[in-house]
Design a protein around this ligand. Structure first.
Ligand SMILES: Nc1ncnc2c1ncn2[C@@H]1O[C@H](COP(=O)(O)OP(=O)(O)O)[C@@H](O)[C@H]1O
Ligand SMILES: O=P(O)(O)OC[C@H](O)CO
Length: 535
C-alpha cells in the first residue's frame, strides 16, 4: 500500500513566517510560526533583515518537521515544498559573498516618493509611464521604484550593480537562492507572479522588458530568471528537509487566489492580512484597469501553461492597523481585544479612521494622503476608534469592489475571504453590512500557504490536481464555511459610505513636498539629487 502523502508550504508573510503541512483535503495537520522584527528607522520607512527572512524559514521548516514526526508522519511522506511570500519587498545582496547589501525594503515603505516623482517626470505619460506593459502605475509600492532608490542612495548597491556583483530579488528569490545553496550553487529565480510586481516585467511576454529596464536604469545581470509557479526549481540543501525538491513558488496574494480555488474566470477573493488584497481572475486575458486597479499575473501552472491574469485591488493597511492600535498606541493588548471593543458599541459614533500610513493604494493611489481620524467628540472612546479601524478596511474593500465591477463589467454576488483579519466575526459582519453582499469565510483560512502547496502538487502531478480543471480540486478545503449576511439597509449603507468618502478627502494632500526627507547614514539624500534624467 502506498503511503499517504502530505504537502508542505512555507509562507513568508509581512509580519511572520509559517510552515504548514497539509493533507490531501487541505486540512492543516501541523504549523510552525515565528514572528520577525519590523524596523521603522524613520517615518514612512519599513525594513526587515534579510537574515531574518531566511533564518525564520529554516526555524519554521525544522519546527514543523519535529511536529509531524511526533504525530507519526515520516518526512518522506512529503514530496515537495511550496514557497509563498509577501510581494514587492526588495532584497539586494552580493553574488560573490552572499551577504545582504542593505536591509530588505518592505512593500509598505514610502521612502521612494521622490524617486517616483523623478521617474514620472521622465515620461510624457507621467505615473502611467510603464502601465501599458506592466499593468502598474508608478508608485512607492513596487520593487522597481524601491530598487531605483537603492541604486540612487546606497553606494554599495550602485557599485555592485555597476560591477555585475549585484543580485536583486523579492523575498521568494532570496529564500530560494539560500535554500538551494546560496553562493554554493543557489539558483537565482523569481516566479511570474512576483516578477509581475516589479514594474520590470512585460505582462504579455512574461519576460523582463528591455524598455522598462532602460527606463529604470537597471542592468538585466542583476535580475533573476522568471519561471512558472509550478515546476521543480531545485532542492533544499540543508536542515530537516535537506534533499526535498522545491516545486511551487508564488506571491502570497496569487497563492490565496489558488488556495481559495478562484481558478475559474470571474471568481474573486479578498485576503485580509497585514494589508488586504482582492484579486479577480480574468483568465487568459490581460484586462487593463481604468478605475485604479492593477493588472497582474494570477498564476501559471507550469512552464508550458498559459499565464492566467487577474485584476487586483490592493489596500496597504488592514490587519496592520490593529497592530498599530496594540503596539504604537497601546490601546489594546491583542487583535481579538479590538474585536471585543468594536462589538461593544453599536456604531463608531461618527468616527472615521483612514489609516493611510503608506499613502492610499487602490483605487485612490495617492501618496500625499496621511493617516487621519475624523469625526471625534467628547463622546468618543476607544471602542469607537477600534470599530472605525476595522471599518476602514471594509470601506476600502467596497471602493475596490466598485472599481472591479466597472473594469470587469461583472458584479460579484458573494465575496470569498481569508487571512488573519478574517478571524474577526465583527469585522466580517461589518464587511457584509458595508458591501450589502454576503461574505463567505472558510474554516481553513490559510489559503495563501495552501495555494503554494497546491502549486507544488501540480508540478509533481500529485492527487490529479489540475488548475485548468476546477473539478479536480472539488474536495480541497471544503471543511465548512461561515456566511455573513448584511444586517442593515441600503440607506444606512449609503450614509456611512458618504462619511467614509468625506474622511478620505480629509486625508488626501496632507504630505506635500515641504516635509523633510530623512537622511540615510553614509548615503546622499534623494532630494539633493540633480541627475533626474541620467539613467
Ligand atoms: N481576531 C482578529 N481580529 C482582527 N484582526 C486579526 C485577528 N487576528 C489576527 N488579526 C490580524 O491579522 C494580521 C495577520 O494576518 P496574516 O494573514 O497572518 O498576515 P501576514 O501574512 O501579512 O503576516 C495581523 O495584522 C492581525 O492584526
Ligand atoms: O503580508 P500580506 O499577507 O499582507 O501580503 C503582502 C502583499 O503581498 C504585499 O503586496
Amino acid at each position: 500500500m502506498s503511503k499517504t502523502q502530505y504537502l508542505l508550504s512555507v509562507d513568508i508573510g509581512t509580519t511572520s513566517t509559517r510552515a504548514i503541512v497539509f493533507n490531501e483535503a487541505a486540512d492543516a495537520v501541523a504549523t510552525h510560526q515565528v514572528e520577525y522584527d519590523q524596523i521603522y528607522p524613520h517615518p514612512g520607512w519599513h525594513e526587515q533583515r534579510l537574515e531574518d527572512l531566511i533564518g525564520t524559514v529554516y526555524t519554521c521548516l525544522d519546527g514543523v518537521a519535529a511536529t509531524i514526526v511526533s504525530k507519526g508522519i515520516k518526512l518522506d511522506q512529503i514530496p515537495a515544498l511550496g514557497i509563498t511570500n509577501q510581494r514587492e519587498t526588495t532584497c539586494v545582496w552580493s553574488k560573490s559573498t552572499g551577504k545582504p547589501l542593505y536591509n530588505a525594503i518592505a512593500w509598505p515603505d514610502t521612502r521612494n516618493t521622490v524617486t517616483v516623482k523623478q521617474l514620472a517626470f521622465k515620461s510624457d505619460l507621467g505615473v502611467d509611464a510603464v502601465k501599458d506593459k506592466t499593468g502598474l502605475p508608478l508608485s512607492t509600492y513596487f520593487s522597481g521604484t524601491k530598487l531605483r532608490w537603492l541604486l540612487d542612495n546606497v553606494p554599495e548597491v550602485k557599485a555592485a550593480h555597476d560591477s555585475g556583483d549585484l543580485l536583486f530579488g523579492t523575498v521568494e528569490t532570496w529564500v530560494l537562492w539560500n535554500l538551494t545553496g546560496g553562493i554554493n550553487g543557489g539558483v537565482h529565480l523569481t516566479d511570474v507572479t512576483n516578477a509581475s510586481r516589479t514594474m520590470l516585467m512585460n505582462l504579455y511576454t512574461t519576460q523582463w522588458d528591455k524598455d522598462c529596464l532602460e527606463f529604470f536604469g537597471i542592468n538585466a545581470t542583476a535580475l533573476p530568471k522568471i519561471v512558472s509557479n509550478a515546476e521543480v526549481y531545485g532542492k533544499i540543501h540543508r536542515g530537516a528537509f535537506a534533499g526535498l525538491p522545491i516545486a511551487g513558488m508564488i506571491g502570497d496574494q496569487q497563492a490565496a487566489l489558488v488556495g481559495n480555488k478562484c481558478i475559474e474566470i470571474g471568481s474573486a477573493k479578498n485576503t485580509y492580512g497585514t494589508g488586504a488584497f482582492m484579486l479577480f481572475n480574468t483568465g487568459e486575458e490581460v484586462v487593463p484597469s481604468n478605475y485604479g486597479l492593477l493588472t497582474t499575473v494570477g498564476f501559471q501552472a507550469g512552464p508550458n501553461a498559459k499565464p492566467i491574469y487577474a485584476l487586483e485591488g490592493s489596500i496597504a493597511v488592514a490587519g496592520s492597523s490593529l497592530k498599530w492600535l496594540r503596539d504604537q498606541l497601546e490601546l489594546v493588548k491583542s487583535a481579538p481585544e479590538v474585536d471585543k471593543l468594536a462589538a461593544s458599541v453599536k456604531d463608531t459614533g461618527g468616527v472615521y479612521f483612514v489609516p493611510a500610513f503608506s499613502g492610499l493604494f487602490a483605487p485612490y493611489w495617492d501618496d500625499t494622503a496621511a493617516g487621519t481620524i475624523v469625526g471625534m467628540s467628547a463622546y468618543t472612546n476607544k471602542a469607537h476608534i477600534c470599530r472605525a479601524t476595522i471599518e476602514a478596511t471594509c470601506f476600502q474593500t467596497r471602493a475596490i469592489l466598485e472599481a472591479m465591477a466597472k473594469d470587469s463589467r461583472k458584479q460579484l454576488s458573494v465575496l470569498r475571504v481569508d487571512g488573519g483579519m478574517t478571524n474577526s466575526d465583527i469585522g466580517m459582519q461589518l464587511q457584509a453590512d458595508i458591501l450589502g453582499m454576503e461574505v463567505e469565510r472558510p474554516v481553513m483560512r490559510e489559503s495563501t500557504a495552501l495555494g503554494s502547496a497546491v502549486c507544488s502538487a501540480v508540478a509533481l502531478g500529485l492527487f490529479g490536481w489540475d488548475l485548468s480543471k476546477p473539478e479536480t480540486l472539488k474536495n480541497v478545503n471544503v471543511a465548512g464555511k461561515t456566511v455573513f449576511t448584511p444586517q442593515n439597509n441600503e440607506a444606512d449603507r449609503a450614509w456611512r459610505v458618504r462619511g467614509w468618502e468625506k474622511a478620505v478627502q480629509r486625508s488626501r494632500g496632507w504630505k506635500d513636498d515641504t516635509l523633510p526627507t530623512p537622511r540615510v547614514e553614509g548615503a546622499f539624500d534623494a532630494d539633493e539629487k540633480v541627475v533626474w534624467n541620467s539613467y
